[in-house]
Design a protein around this ligand. Structure first.
Ligand SMILES: [Zn+2]
Length: 259
């Protein structure tokens, strides 16, 4: 891969991001609908059940060719899923730009796509699949043996402290407010995120998640018809965003904060 011309690598990165994004949309749909992941192999229209041919499932392209509608029954499909595909493509290109060809690009691409899929599911259902959180933790711990940063010891410490800290906050909140503040899915997600960023990266992740979720809360509260402070918003997407920001800009953020 080292000898590949730059433009070709970006092309590969863009297509790989879109394709993984397409797979993520299938995972999201099937997880939410509690359908088997691999059966049927081909996706079907959620409205009329027609099996979609390969040319109807090309990420983004098919959406525009079909104008966001099913070829058979004309039901609108795929609008929100195009957002997933485009997010994954943008993530892949950002990684390609930051790391160049190499194992970092591939490993962080897969981990980031898992975080994007988990975030969309969390927004829809307020739940995070174990396949994303625990699966991602195993993958990130294994990847720490290959990647130069953060090193496997820091990665293990990050997983233990990230999950441990959120577990403590979860139990403290339960005792204090007698209700659920942080879900167990978030605790498991921190196992994965801590393993990705290492212990040294956790402050950046938590600061970024707090800042972005605070901003999102303000938008939620100002929205007409909001239920005020009773509005529940998922925390997983913001932790995921913090983790992805750390992968790209962690060192800059730490330097900027003077740490
Ligand atoms: Zn249809």
């Amino acid at each position: 891969m080292e000898s590949m011309p730059g433009w070709l690598f970006f092309l590969v990165a863009g297509v790989a991001g879109l394709e993984l994004g397409g797979m993520a949309t299938i995972f999201i749909q099937r997880w939410i609908d509690e359908r088997p992941m691999l059966k049927p192999l081909r996706s079907a229209c959620p409205s009329c059940g027609h099996t979609l041919s390969w040319r109807d499932t090309i990420p983004v392209v098919s959406f525009f060719v079909l104008k966001g509608r099913c070829r058979h029954c004309d039901a609108p499909i795929g609008g929100q899923y195009m957002l997933v595909e485009l997010s994954c493509m943008a993530w892949s290109l950002a990684l390609a730009h930051h790391f160049g060809p190499g194992p970092e690009w591939g490993i962080y691409l897969v981990l980031g796509v898992m975080l994007v899929a988990g975030s969309f599911i969390d927004f829809e259902t307020m739940m995070l699949p174990d396949r994303v959180t625990l699966g991602g933790a195993v993958l990130a711990l294994a990847a720490a043996l290959i990647l130069p940063e953060p090193g496997w010891l820091d990665s293990m410490a990050g997983a233990a402290c990230g999950a441990g800290f959120f577990w403590l906050v979860q139990h403290a909140y339960r005792l204090w407010r007698k209700e659920e503040g942080i879900g167990t899915g978030d605790v498991k997600l921190m196992l994965m995120i801590g393993a990705v960023t290492g212990l040294t990266g956790l402050p950046v992740v938590i600061l970024a998640a707090a800042a972005t979720s605070g901003a999102a809360c303000a938008v939620y509260l100002l929205r007409p018809g909001s239920k005020g402070l009773r509005t529940r918003i998922p925390f997983g997407p913001f932790l995921s965003l913090g983790c992805m920001l750390h992968i790209l800009y962690g060192q800059h953020i730490l330097r900027w904060l003077g740490l």
